[in-house]
Design a protein. Structure first.
Ligand code: IMP
Ligand code: MG
Length: 180
């Protein structure tokens, strides 16, 4: 069936088509454009997953902005420091800047929490998050997600930037794991 695809060992079924994604992205872009109309906004896109969303979101927004691309790297530090997280690629000074983090999906919120902590330490004027997808049932974070596209259940999804072991990322539509 055309609405089903196999990625590695798993079957996925089409879940959100690109037209619906595009419509939702436009709504988020309008909201952000209104909220930051008199400001110079800095978008920070979290690679790799958010690259498609970031592209469509920035094209649909109508305000002056910059976009920068970063990656979160976590590694085991010393015994006392434990897991250390670092944002790779942030080459601009965000002090006193208004920042919107662009994420693909917020699941437990652990990743986001680390990103927010790192950014807050650099004293930006403000930090908000725009995530295309949000899984409210699994979210354990404190940070309130101001802009999100779709609230989805706790089921694995791929496409539109999201991958399953590196596959599925380039699909235009979003597919959900089929549990039969
Ligand atoms: P969190 O730290 O649990 O919020 O997980 C966030 C990260 O896990 C995302 O940035 C994704 O890279 C990955 N992730 C979580 N859920 C999914 C999913 O359903 N499909 C693909 N990647 C996911
Ligand atoms: Mg991600």
């Amino acid at each position: 069936m055309v609405n089903e695809i196999t990625i590695h060992d798993k079957l996925f079924v089409k879940y959100i088509d690109y037209n619906s994604i595009k419509q939702k992205v436009k709504e988020i872009a309008v909201a952000i454009s209104n909220d930051y109309s008199n400001k110079e906004l800095v978008f920070i896109c979290i690679l790799n997953g958010a690259y498609m969303f970031a592209s469509d979101l920035t094209k649909a927004s109508t305000i002056e902005s910059e976009i920068h691309f970063v990656k979160l790297s976590s590694y085991l530090g010393t015994k006392t420091s434990g897991i250390v997280s670092e944002l790779i690629g942030l080459q601009i000074d965000i002090e006193n800047k208004d920042v919107v983090v662009i994420e693909d999906i917020i699941d437990t919120g652990v990743t986001l929490q680390k990103i927010i902590e790192i950014l807050q330490a650099k004293n930006p004027a403000s930090v908000e998050v725009a995530s295309l997808l949000f899984k409210p049932d699994t979210y354990k974070g404190q940070f309130k997600i101001k802009y999100f596209g779709f609230e989805i259940p706790d089921k694995f999804v791929v496409g539109y930037g999201l991958d399953y072991n590196n596959k599925g990322r380039t699909l235009k539509d979003i597919y959900q794991l089929k549990i039969s």
